[in-house]
Design a protein around this ligand. Structure first.
Ligand code: ATP
Length: 135
């Protein structure tokens, strides 16, 4: 179809998404990557964050945490360490994870624990943000 490209998201759990979309904004390690049809080929690392894409005029959200994206021949393939569609996100679980991480960060521990808690906090925040507007 003209004006779209194939967006595929795969995680170790399996296939998360395969849709023809109009655009996608992907949280890259070096900043957000805006992808439109016929984008130039690229490979980039991904950050923890919210991937957005447009389908039939609606913006959809997916929480992702690390991995890679490859854009080639009018398709974007996201290999994510974890990825959840907004409708599959357990918001209460993410809120609990956020509280646990905040508590850990408020009690001074060693550097590795701080780093782990910071990542856990960012994953939880991305899930909460991606769940906004979920059906
Ligand atoms: P938690 O402490 O709640 O387990 P976490 O950030 O440590 O959160 P991860 O290790 O990133 O969890 O993910 C483990 C698995 O659980 C992955 O398959 C991920 O997709 C899934 N997952 C994690 N949190 C949620 C959530 N809030 N809703 C749905 N799936 C989730």
């Amino acid at each position: 179809m003209a004006g779209t490209f194939s967006l595929r998201i795969v995680s170790p759990e399996g296939n998360v998404l395969k849709e023809d979309v109009e655009f996608a904004v992907i949280p890259g390690e070096l900043g957000e990557l805006g992808i439109l049809p016929n984008h130039a080929p690229l490979i980039a690392g991904m950050d923890i964050g919210v991937l957005r894409y447009n389908l039939n005029g609606a913006v959809k959200r997916v929480a992702v945490a690390g991995g890679f994206v490859e854009v080639i021949e009018n398709s974007a393939i996201v290999l994510a360490d974890t990825a959840e569609l907004s409708e599959d996100i357990d918001v209460a679980r993410a809120q609990e994870a956020r509280e646990r991480a905040k508590k850990r960060l408020s009690t001074r521990t060693n550097e590795i624990d701080v780093r782990r808690a910071e990542y856990a906090l960012r994953r939880a925040a991305a899930r909460i943000e991606a769940s906004v507007g979920k059906k």
